[in-house]
Design a protein around this ligand. Structure first.
Ligand code: ATP
Ligand code: MG
Length: 717
């Protein structure tokens, strides 16, 4: 008889859940229950007494997923979730570093730099070195530093072969010592510092290796080199590593994820149990078949079959708009209709390839009065007022946090000018101290008096903060610092005040076992920054990039912007590997839908201040026509792949006479010579959709382009 926990699982899933305590790889496609198996295994191990909660380490990809997992586990059995080591790589490393901060050489209240803080810190390090920020753009330095850290390479070990790379390395080294001086760590540092701690400290390593009997990792295909090395350090001779993943959903190669870890894992750990799950429980048949058909175009695959018992369901609906606002209008109309049908807004997601696409969609949603939530876009914790408030709090926790000090020393303005700040920076640099120490010993004079008042204010708050409840503390800081007053007087400060109040509510809801709850709260804010969803009771449409949607599922999914250059993204077009990663992204996007999948595209789009005209994404040609339903009058498709041979591509019901052979209403027939204001002379190769459609023109050396007839201003010559 099967265990009640596994009764509802299929035989493969059950086998995976009930595997002996040995290394295992669960390799399976989207929606096959990987996450469910992993969670059930945790509950099963605990409830059958095979491990105690302390013997378990589970890694998920996002904080949201970690929370869901904790919720699922505690729903299955009564447990205190805080005792469990379940979290993201960053979250778990943070926890370990806090516990052993002395051994790690970090101050107790070390702050975490988010990507913006990191950029500011790099700029300061570059200033110290007088490095040219045009030759060495801080953003590319940040990539250089993070890339190295993710490969486990410190500045001292970084390779350099010419002046340019030597300078990069020098900046990295300066940035490293600056962070150490200030007692702050960036995201990549959390992992690297934790890795080094375990590597260096034998007793500690032995302790954790014998403690964690079961290590379970979700979304294993997206682990990077350092994360894999960290897992290896933590796996003792008696530990079992249980990894679940899907090579077809590896979408973070650009951030160093190594799908090869799945193969290495099998070899390095001599994995005996590889289980494949092939039944999909998430999506209706049409959606699953369409996703399968798309991913089959990738060569570099481990190979999996996925089937479903479910009905075929509705066809995938396709809408082609002339403009991006028309596309947004379609989304709003369709979502309103679904809402009237009784589908909860939370169960509807709008996905896009690039964050920049969201603005126009948000605009339409606002106009229609449809509540929505953006994941990862304008993040709560990245909003100006929140960052200011957090900077004050960080300064109270650790006065040597230079980033925090610089952010608020003159905000709200208190008469401390740039000159004074530069003097402080110089003093600090010369004496090798923090800015705070320099500020404490600022001399006399008018500006020095202002600095003195600032120091006193922070010190006072620091003293008062001791023993104060977190929400009270934050309220005090918001008043004493002058932030409340500042935003009260600001013209459009209402929303900012609401956000500040939301920060107080976040503190009210925040519970921790950590003695220093301020430090724990700040760490949590940095870690959650990327994922915070505005906390509002009401249901809202979910907006997010495809990357952010990984692992999630919705009743209805609207996949937008299916245009060449946007999705697949421009950057990937010249590189087959890049294109395969884009296709995996397409696969992830489609498989988020349980019941309804809508795909939309627009012939023209305003992006980054430029109007773009792009033909339909090649991925649309990869979806079998029989699974699609065209919603609007339809501009004829842009044929892809088979390029000029036929424009009656497989994603349109072919008209009796192929459209491109009819004389179009704009009169620009195939073979005609035309002039374009920018590209000059060309020859018409193909067209579709008449005056509202697109036209393909060969501009000789400038190449062949698809243009929207209505906008292209072509003249026959
Ligand atoms: P992804 O690759 O997208 O992360 P996954 O493989 O992790 O997907 P889950 O999220 O675990 O898949 O499961 C997908 C859906 O199928 C969930 O709603 C889950 O509850 C459901 N499901 C999984 N297994 C079963 C089962 N045996 N019976 C019924 N429903 C199931
Ligand atoms: Mg999953």
């Amino acid at each position: 008889m099967s265990h009640p926990l596994t009764a509802s699982l299929n035989p493969q899933q059950r086998a995976a859940v009930e595997l002996p305590a040995e290394h295992a790889l669960i390799l399976a496609g989207a929606g096959s229950g990987k996450t469910r198996v992993l969670t059930t295994r945790i509950a099963w191990l605990l409830s059958t007494g095979q491990i105690s909660p302390a013997g378990l380490l589970a890694v998920t990809f996002t904080n949201k997923a970690a929370k869901e997992m904790l919720a699922r586990i505690t729903a299955m059995m009564p447990l205190n979730p805080r005792g469990l080591w379940v979290g993201t790589f960053h979250g778990l490393c943070n926890r370990m570093l806090r516990l052993h901060h002395r051994d790690a050489g970090l101050p107790a209240g070390f702050a975490i730099l988010d990507s913006q803080d990191q950029l500011a810190a790099i700029k300061r390090a570059m200033k110290t070195l007088n490095a040219d920020d045009e030759r060495y753009p801080p953003r590319s330095i940040a990539q250089y530093i993070n890339g190295n850290k993710e490969a486990g390479i410190r500045a001292a070990q970084a390779q350099a072969w010419d002046e340019y790379s030597r300078t990069q390395r020098m900046i990295y080294a300066e940035y490293e010592s600056q962070c150490r001086r200030e007692g702050v760590v960036d995201f990549a540092e959390l992992l690297l510092a934790c890795y080094e701690l375990l590597e260096r400290n034998e007793p500690l390593r032995t302790h954790y290796r014998s403690r964690f009997k079961h290590i379970l990792v979700d979304e294993f295909q997206d682990t990077n080199q350092l994360q894999y090395a960290w897992l290896k350090l933590l796996t003792g001779p008696d530990s079992a590593l249980f990894a679940v993943g899907d090579d077809d959903q590896s979408i973070y190669a650009f951030r160093g994820a190594r799908v090869g870890n799945m193969l290495d894992f099998q070899k390095d750990y001599e994995v005996k149990h590889v289980i494949r799950l092939e039944q999909n429980y998430r999506s209706h048949g049409n959606i699953l078949n369409a996703a399968n058909a798309v991913i089959e175009h990738n060569r570099d695959r481990l190979g999996k079959q996925l089937w479903t018992d479910d009905d075929a369901g509705e066809p995938i609906r396709l809408y082609e708009a002339a403009t991006d606002s028309e596309e947004a209008g379609f989304l709003v109309d369709e979502i309103s209709a679904q809402q009237r049908d009784g589908i909860a807004l939370d169960e509807i997601a709008i996905l896009y390839r690039s964050n920049a696409q969201s603005r126009i969609i948000e605009h339409a949603l606002v106009a229609a009065g449809l509540p929505y939530r953006v994941y990862g876009g304008l993040r709560f914790y990245e909003r100006q007022e929140i960052k200011h408030a957090l900077a004050y709090l960080r300064l109270i926790a650790n006065q040597d946090d230079d980033n925090a000090l610089l952010r608020v020393i003159n905000f709200p303005t208190r008469g401390i000018g740039n000159r004074t700040i530069e003097t402080l920076t110089d003093t600090a640099r010369i004496s090798g101290s923090s800015l705070w120490q320099a500020a404490c010993s600022a001399g006399s004079g008018r500006s020095a008096a202002a600095v003195g008042r600032f120091v006193l204010m922070i010190e006072n708050m620091h003293v008062q903060a001791q023993g104060m409840a977190l929400p009270d503390l934050i309220n005090m800081v918001l008043s004493v610092s002058g932030l409340y007053e500042f935003y009260q007087n600001e013209k459009e400060g209402e929303e900012r005040l609401a956000n500040l109040n939301e920060l107080v509510s976040a503190a009210t809801r925040f519970v921790t076992e950590d003695e220093n709850n301020l430090v724990a709260f700040l760490a949590n804010a940095s870690l959650e920054g990327g994922e915070h969803a505005a906390e509002a009771g009401e249901a809202a449409v979910q907006l997010m990039t495809i990357h952010a949607a990984k692992g999630l599922e919705f009743h209805s999914v609207f996949l937008t912007g299916l245009e060449e250059g946007l999705f697949p993204h421009d950057n990937s077009l010249s590189d087959p590997k890049g294109l395969e990663e884009e296709r995996r992204l397409m696969y992830v996007a489609m498989t988020r839908a349980r019941r309804r999948l809508f795909i939309s595209l627009s012939q023209s789009r305003m992006l980054h201040g430029q109007m773009r005209y792009a033909p339909a994404s090649r991925f649309l040609n990869e979806v079998p026509d029989t699974l699609l339903k065209y919603l609007n009058r339809g501009y004829a498709p842009n044929s892809f792949g088979s390029s000029s041979t036929s424009s009656t591509s497989d994603w349109y019901a072919p008209p009796t006479t192929p459209r491109h052979l009819e004389t179009p209403d704009h009169g620009l027939a195939i073979g005609m010579k035309v002039r374009h204001p920018k590209f000059g002379l060309g020859v018409v190769l193909n067209h579709e959709g008449g005056s509202n459609g697109n036209i393909q023109v060969d501009f000789g050396q400038l190449g062949t382009k698809w243009l929207a007839v209505a906008y292209a201003k072509l003249e026959a010559v």
